[in-house]
Design a protein around this ligand. Sequence first.
Ligand SMILES: Nc1ncnc2c1ncn2[C@@H]1O[C@H](COP(=O)(O)OP(=O)(O)OP(=O)(O)O)[C@@H](O)[C@H]1O
Ligand SMILES: [Mg+2]
Length: 544
Amino acid sequence: MARSARSKRSAGKDGRSNRAAIGTRRGASAESLAKKQREISISEFFTKNRHLLGFDNRRKALLTAVKEAVDNSLDACEEAGVPADVTVEIQAVKKDERYRVIVEDNGPGIVRTQVPRIFGQLLYGSKFHTLKQARGQQGIGISAAGMYGQLTTGKPVVITSRTSPRRPALRYQVAINTAKNRPEVSREEEVDWPAKHGTRVEIELEARYQRGRQSVDEYLKQTSIANPHVDIRFLAPDGREEHHTRVTKELPDEPLEIRPHPYGVELGLLIKMLKETKARALGSFLKQDFSRVGAKVAQDICEKAGLDYKSRPTRIARTEADRLIQAIREVKIMAPPANCIVPIGEDLLLKSLRSDIPEAAFYTACTRSPAVYRGNPFQVEAGLAYGGALPADDLARVFRFANRVPLLYQPGACLITRSLIQTDWKNYGLAQARGALPTGPLVVMVHVASVWVPFTSESKEAIADYTEIFKEIRLAIQECGRRLRIFVNRRRREADAEKKRSYIEQYIPHIGDALQEILGLSDRVRSQTVTNLKVILEKSRKMG
Ligand SMILES: Nc1ncnc2c1ncn2[C@@H]1O[C@H](COP(=O)(O)OP(=O)(O)OP(=O)(O)O)[C@@H](O)[C@H]1O
Ligand SMILES: [Mg+2]
C-alpha cells in the first residue's frame, strides 16, 4: 500500500518520470536494437537458467552433481564391458554450505584430447547422435555440474583419468569460459594413481547434504535396485559408509545402436537426412538410413509417393519430401528391433527388490515386450514389494526409473505417477482415495527404457506424456496388481481360517468334557479324543 501511494506521488502528469525511474525509454530504432542483438552462448543461457538443469537449490544441486557423474561412470563401464565399481564420496568443506563431490569409477578412462571439452563445454558428448539406450543423452550433464561448481565456489573441476596400465594417470584442472562455452585447462600433470584404468571427478560446489526421500543416499539405493550388476560404495560427509553390493556378476547385454525407424521421422529430419546421406538413389537411402526398410518396403514408399526409386536424394524437393512422409505412413513397416533396448528383466528385478527392500513379504515383477513411440522403441517394466514391515498407513512409495536412472524430483509432472494414480488399486485389494496413489504397505517401481527417453526438461526428472508409454505402464502395473491380488486374497483366507481354528480350538477341551460326561469316558480316552479332534482340525485346515 505504502509503496503504491509513493509511486503515484512521484509520477508526473503524463507518468513520464515514473518510466524514467525504472530506466526504460521508448523510441528504439531497428539500428539501435541491432546493436544489442547478439548470439547467446549455451553456457550463458544455462548459467541464468540453472534450474532447468537441476541446480535450483543447494540440496538438489548436490544430488544432481552426484547423479551426473555416477550416470556417466555407469554408462562408460557398460560400454567398455566392465562390471562397474563406483565410489562416491562427499566431503563437507563447510557444513550446509560447501561440499566436495568425488566420484571414481573403474571404466575405460578418457583420452587426453577429450578431457577439456567433456568437462568444460556444454553440449559435447558421445551419446546425442546415437539411437541407443544410455543414461546420458544430451552432452550437458557433467560440464553443467562443473559449471555450477565453478560459479558458486570459483574452483575448477579436477579430473584424474587413466586409459591403460601402460600409460600414466593424468590429472587435469578444467574450467569453463561461460561467455564462449569453451574449456580452459589450468593444469595438467602426471600423477601416481593405483587404478589400472578409470576416471575420478572432483567438483567443489555450494550445496547442502541432507538425508531423506530426495537425497544422495536414496538415489544410490535406487540406483542399486535398477543396476543389480553394479557395486557402489558411498562415503557420506557424516562419516558413514554405505555399501551396495552387486547381486549379479553378469553385465546387461549390450544395447545395439539402431537407425531411426521411418514411422517416427518428421519432415525436418527427413530433409536433413536426404541432404547428408551417402546413398545415391532414393530407394537405397531408405534402405540404408532407416531401420526395418528392405527393398520391397523402399519400393512401396517410392511408388506411393510418386517418386522414382533411382532419383538422387539430394535433389528431392521439400514438397516431394512431404509426399515421402505421407507414403511412409501408408506403408506397413515392421516394428523396430528389440535388441536396442536392454531391460533389467523380471528375475533380476525380483532379486534386487528382495535385497534392497528386505522388509516386505511379497514381491513380483513384470517386463513387457518392446513397443514404439514416435518411431523410438521403448520397453516398460514394473515391480512391487508388499506387506511385511512396510508402513501400512502411508501412501505407496514409488520408485521411478528411466534407462536405469532413478528419478527423484517432479513426480507430479511424470507420466509414471499419472499412470499409477489412474490405476484402480481397489481391484487389487488396496485402499485408494480419488486422484491419489494407493494406501498400504507397498513399494511400486516402474522402469521405462528407450533409445531416447522423452523427458519433460533438460534436467531429466520426469517423463513426458506419450499415450503409447502410458498404455504400457498401465499394462505392466495391472499384471503385477493381479498377482498382488492373489497374494492378498490368500493372506485374507489364511487369516480367516486361522481365526476360525483358534475359535474351535478353544472349544475342543469342552467338547472332550461333554463327551466324557455323556458317554462316561475315562480320562485317558477323553484326552485321546481331544488330541484326535485337534489333529483332524489341523488336517482340514491344511486341505482348505
Ligand atoms: N566417467 C567417464 N568415463 C568415460 N567417459 C566419460 C565419463 N564421463 C563422461 N564421459 C564422456 O563424456 C561425454 C559427456 O558427458 P556428459 O555427462 O556431459 O553428457 P552425456 O552423458 O553424453 O549426456 P547427458 O547430458 O544426458 O548426461 C559422454 O558422452 C562420455 O562420452
Ligand atoms: Mg552424462
